[in-house]
Design a protein around this ligand. Sequence first.
Ligand code: TYM
Length: 369
Amino acid sequence: MDTMALVSVAAAVSRSRSQLFPRLLLFRKRIVSGVQPTGAIHLGNYLGAIKTWIELQNSYDTLFFIVDLHAITLPYDTQQLSKATRNTAAIYLACGVDTSKASVFVQSHVRADVELMWLLSSATPIGWLNRMIQFKEKSRKAGDENVGVALLTYPVLMASDILLYQSDLVPVGEDQKQHLELTRELAERVNYLYGGRKWKKLGGRGGAIFKVPEPLIPPAGARVMSLTDGLSKMSKSAPSDQSRINLLDPKDVIANKIKRCKTDSFSGMEFDSPERPECNNLLSIYQLISGKTKEEVAQECQDMNWGTFKTLLTDALVDHLHPIQVRHEEIISDPAYLDGVLGEGATKAAAIADATLSNVYQAMGFLYR
Ligand code: TYM
């Protein structure tokens, strides 16, 4: 059984149990995830991460943050950061994150995160960071003078985001897999270096300091590709806006991007052909947006030409994104509501974070304050 199938079974069991035994809600597994408030949030972020969050929030204890501290690891515009942070929060809510089930907050509002990051840095071998693919790619593009130390230590902050909340599962797209592996290795290393009997001798409870989290990478949508090159990932930082569909793109912009996206000269539409990456990508997007199965989409589209398929895909995207855009507009125009949500989310998150941080200080032998 694949991970998502396991999660569905776990979700069903957890749902039926919590209906019978509401107190078991207290023991629900925890999920954390976040998106950087840089550039426009696109279909890759939505299909690879946010859409999965919405499905999981009914069965898990969920914390979703806007990772503003990660957004400063490359040169950025100070005039835009807080606006982009609010906008990202509004997108989470517009997409269906339900604040009666999930805590939504801004990463920098929980101070314990940066503190834990420092403690974790001392246990992170630099070789682990040097081999991160995203660091290599981003630093090559940015050039030496623009690469701050934070770009190298970014995965330690991400580990801190996750370990601070004792997360069980982390739903992310494929590109974050290596960061999740580092998080797991770091949790095990800290547990080994400072946990167990050594911690008990210092007056702690002993045992593991951190839960070792599992990545949750959706079977479809984990790697949405660019509209202009089916072999490259859809990305916020790609220079051409034509390469991505942003969640807030108006109808005519979506239609234009799909009209001009890269195609091929084969007839009919098919999944999984190595010679047709663009075709596979667009069919997968259509499948996820329409909620149909792969088989249904394969059958529906097999005899279509590109023109007919593009009209179908455009209509499906517009239908799916329009209600999100309407809700986003309502939420962003009510700053008091948004501030309330973020304030409440940060308070709940800080309570969990402070407990973990105290344990780490104690286990690492610091003088108790
Ligand atoms: P970020 O902001 O680059 O992306 C947010 C989420 O979107 C996913 N994603 C994609 N999924 C499918 N296809 C794509 N083309 C695509 N592009 C992006 C990413 O995998 C991610 O899940 N470091 C993270 C943010 C982060 C985080 C965390 C996530 C910081 N701390 C703790 C989880 C838990 C990042 O930069 O994501």
